[in-house]
Design a protein. Sequence first.
Lengths: 113, 116
Amino acid sequence: DQQVKQNSPSLSVQEGRISILNCDYTNSMFDYFLWYKKYPAEGPTFLISISSIKDKNEDGRFTVFLNKSAKHLSLHIVPSQPGDSAVYFCAAENTGTASKLTFGTGTRLQVTL
Amino acid sequence: NAGVMQNPRHLVRRRGQEARLRCSPMKGHSHVYWYRQLPEEGLKFMVYLQKENIIDESGMPKERFSAEFPKEGPSILRIQQVVRGDSAAYFCASSPPGLGNYNEQFFGPGTRLTVL
């Protein structure tokens, strides 16, 4: 039962362009969403988050959009840089219960020169 | 280094042996979480602990796995009588107390367990 889905296992984007990573969820009890970035042989690094009372949160080059009615969120990176090449995980939490995160399977982003 | 510390980074065990994974949370953090990542999959929640208490162990296999977070010292994830299917990356995360419901979890570098 995959409650958080990232349907694109990989994405290739040219440097300077926009990267858009998508995530869908099925559990309507989720009310907090996070994006993590992961390099090989390292732990995930927190990037940006959004609570369900908002539809957008921006931090520098990173913006997360939340569409609650569609149970969909997306991460926009603009402009994309080669150092952004990594695996990106979407995660969701039901803050009314214990604070465990439910992760998607990840999207591998490759930013090319 | 004020980040989440995990050791060992790599651990090789033969089937039937015990694996013991350690996690020291970030300074000031009292909540610890363990996740497991199988190859080509996302991270799966295992257990959530606070000092001397298991808060949620709904992701832990019923047998052979246990976790603790003692009053002093690191959190320990113990796997008894390991099998090949236990081979995975095990990540620990920590979060601070008292920031309301919206807590980012900060992850350690992981322990890669290989069972021969």
